[in-house]
Ligand binder design. Structure first.
Ligand SMILES: Cc1cc2nc3c(=O)[nH]c(=O)nc-3n(C[C@H](O)[C@H](O)[C@H](O)COP(=O)(O)OP(=O)(O)OC[C@H]3O[C@@H](n4cnc5c(N)ncnc54)[C@H](O)[C@@H]3O)c2cc1C
Length: 419
C-alpha cells in the first residue's frame, strides 16, 4: 500500500510468480510513476512479477501515459494485465500495445451445472433446492422456493431481499423482483381425517385434507368436496331424499382425498430431491414427457380433477358395461350448448333417454328428484340417470326403466314415509 493510501496492493506468490493486484486504479500521474519505478525491480525469489490492474478503465490518461513506456518495453520479469469491463475507455496507445482477450459472462445456469459436477466429483455437499417461477399475468409471477426440512414451529415470512437472494442463487440470472403483494412462509403438512362426517358435522376442504401445494389441487379438491356434499344436503334438507344419501359423501370424497395426498406427496418428493443424478434424470424425463400432448392432457385432467370418479361409491346403481357409455360413478362430460346437469336452482337428477310416454311417466313419478327436462341420450337404446353433480348413477336399456325407478325409490324420501 502506498503512503497516500490510494493504491491498494495485494501480493501473492504462485509457483514462482509474484502477483501484484491493484484494487484501486491509478488516477494520478504520480501513482503510476511510483508503480513504474517499483515494477523495474526484479522480484527477489520469483521469476516473474505480474501487475494486475483491476478496473483499468478508471486509470486516468495521465496515469496511462506514465505507464506507456514500461508497458511497451517491459523488463523480462514484468507482465501487466489490465482488467476492465469497459475497454473502450482505455487510451488507444495502451490498447495498441496490449493483447485483448474478451471474456463473455458464463450464464449462471451453465456455471451452476459445472460447479455442481465439480462438487459432485469432489464429494462436496451443495445446498440447493427448488425454485418455481409461475406466470400469473403479463407482469406478475408467483415464486416458490423450498428451504429444506422444517425444524418445527411457524416459519417467519421472508423479506423481499431474502427472496431475491434465492432467485440469484438458483435462478437463470438477470432477474430482479419488486413490488411484492404477498410474502409468506408456509410448512407442508400431510394429513387427512379418516371420516368426513361425524353425525351432523361434515368437513370439506383443508379441514379434511392438507397436503403440499405441488400440483395446485388443494382448493380444487376442497371445492369439489363442497360440490359433492351440497346437492345431497339440499335434497335431504328439503325432505326429498333419505338421510342415508349423506353417507356416500365421506366414502366418495375420502377416497379422492387419499389419492390427492399421495399424488401431491409424490410430486413434492420428485421436485425437492437433492441427489444430482436423480435431478438430472428427473429434468430430462420431465422435459421429454411434458413435450407429449397426451401426457399434458392427462396431467390437466388429473390436476383439474375432471378425471376423478367414484368407482366404489355406494350410490352407484346397475350399469350396462359398454365401453362407449360411462359407467356408474364416472363423470359424464358436459355437452357443448347443453345446460350442465345440476345447474338449475334445485338439485335434480337428469334423465338422458329417448322421449316417450313411459319416460315422461317415470319423470312425473319422481318430480322432486328428476329434472323435468329429458335430455337427448348418447344412444337411443340406452337410458342414463345422472346425478346433480354430473356423475352417472345408473345405465340401462331404454325399455328397462325399472332399473331407474328402483334406483330412485331407494333414495326417495317420500318412499321412506310411505313404507
Ligand atoms: C403457498 C400455497 C399455494 C397454493 N396454491 C394452490 C393452487 O395453486 N391451487 C389450489 O387449488 N390450491 C392451492 N393451495 C391450497 C389452497 O390455498 C387451500 O387448499 C384452500 O385455500 C383451502 O380452502 P379452505 O376454505 O378449505 O380453507 P382456508 O382457506 O384455510 O379457510 C379456512 C378459514 O377458516 C378460518 N378459521 C379457522 N379457524 C376458525 C375458527 N375457529 N373460527 C372461525 N374461522 C376460522 C380461517 O381463518 C380461514 O379463513 C395453495 C396453498 C398454499 C399454502
Amino acid at each position: 500500500m502506498t503512503g497516500r493510501n490510494r493504491i491498494h496492493i495485494t501480493r501473492t506468490q504462485v509457483e514462482g510468480i509474484a502477483i501484484v493486484h491493484l484494487e484501486v486504479p491509478l488516477t494520478r500521474h504520480d501513482d503510476a510513476r511510483e508503480l513504474r519505478e517499483k515494477a523495474f525491480f526484479a522480484p527477489a525469489s520469483s521469476r516473474y512479477k505480474i501487475y494486475i490492474i483491476d478496473e483499468a478503465h478508471m486509470v486516468s490518461p495521465a496515469g496511462f501515459n506514465a505507464l506507456l513506456k514500461v508497458v511497451e518495453e517491459p523488463p523480462e520479469h514484468l507482465k501487466f494485465i489490465f482488467a476492465t469491463t469497459e475497454p473502450e475507455k482505455v487510451i488507444g496507445t495502451i490498447r495498441s500495445r496490449t493483447h485483448h482477450y474478451p471474456f463473455r459472462l458464463v450464464p449462471p445456469g451453465t456455471l451452476r451445472e459445472y460447479l455442481g459436477d465439480v462438487c459432485g466429483r469432489e464429494g462436496i455437499p451443495v445446498e440447493d433446492g427448488v425454485l418455481l417461477i409461475i406466470p400469473m399475468s403479463a407482469t406478475r409471477f408467483r415464486i416458490i422456493a423450498d428451504l429444506g426440512l422444517s425444524a418445527g414451529g411457524a416459519p417467519t415470512d421472508p423479506t423481499l431481499d431474502q427472496v431475491q437472494a434465492i432467485i440469484d442463487r438458483r435462478g437463470p440470472g438477470g432477474m430482479t423482483t419488486s413490488n411484492p403483494i404477498w410474502l409468506s412462509a408456509f410448512r407442508i403438512n400431510e394429513r387427512k381425517v379418516s371420516d368426513y362426517r361425524a353425525g351432523r358435522v361434515f368437513v370439506v376442504g383443508d379441514a379434511a385434507h392438507v397436503h403440499s401445494p405441488a400440483g395446485g389441487q388443494g382448493m380444487n379438491t376442497g371445492m369439489q368436496d363442497a360440490f359433492n356434499l351440497a346437492w345431497k344436503l339440499a335434497l335431504v334438507c328439503r325432505g326429498d331424499a333419505k338421510e342415508a344419501l349423506l353417507d356416500s359423501f365421506s366414502v366418495e370424497r375420502s377416497a379422492v382425498g387419499e389419492e390427492v395426498l399421495k399424488a401431491a406427496g409424490r410430486l413434492t418428493m420428485v421436485a425437492t430431491m437433492r441427489n444430482r443424478t436423480a435431478q438430472t434424470v428427473r429434468n430430462l424425463l420431465g422435459r421429454l414427457l411434458l413435450g407429449l400432448a397426451p401426457v399434458r392432457k392427462a396431467m390437466v385432467n388429473t390436476m383439474s380433477e375432471v378425471s376423478v370418479g367414484y368407482d366404489h361409491s355406494p350410490l352407484n346403481g346397475p350399469g350396462l358395461h359398454r365401453g362407449d357409455i360411462p359407467a356408474p360413478g364416472r363423470r359424464l362430460e358436459p355437452t357443448a350448448g347443453q345446460t350442465p346437469v345440476g345447474s338449475k336452482t334445485a338439485p335434480r337428477f337428469a334423465l338422458f333417454a329417448a322421449r316417450n310416454d313411459k319416460v315422461s311417466a317415470l319423470a312425473m313419478r319422481f318430480p322432486n328428484l328428476i329434472d323435468a327436462e329429458i335430455r337427448t341420450p348418447l344412444d337411443p337404446d340406452v337410458i342414463l340417470l345422472v346425478r346433480p353433480d354430473g356423475y352417472v348413477s345408473c345405465t340401462a336399456k331404454s325399455d328397462d326403466l325399472v332399473v331407474v325407478a328402483n334406483y330412485l325409490d331407494a333414495i326417495d324420501a317420500a318412499k321412506a314415509v310411505a313404507a
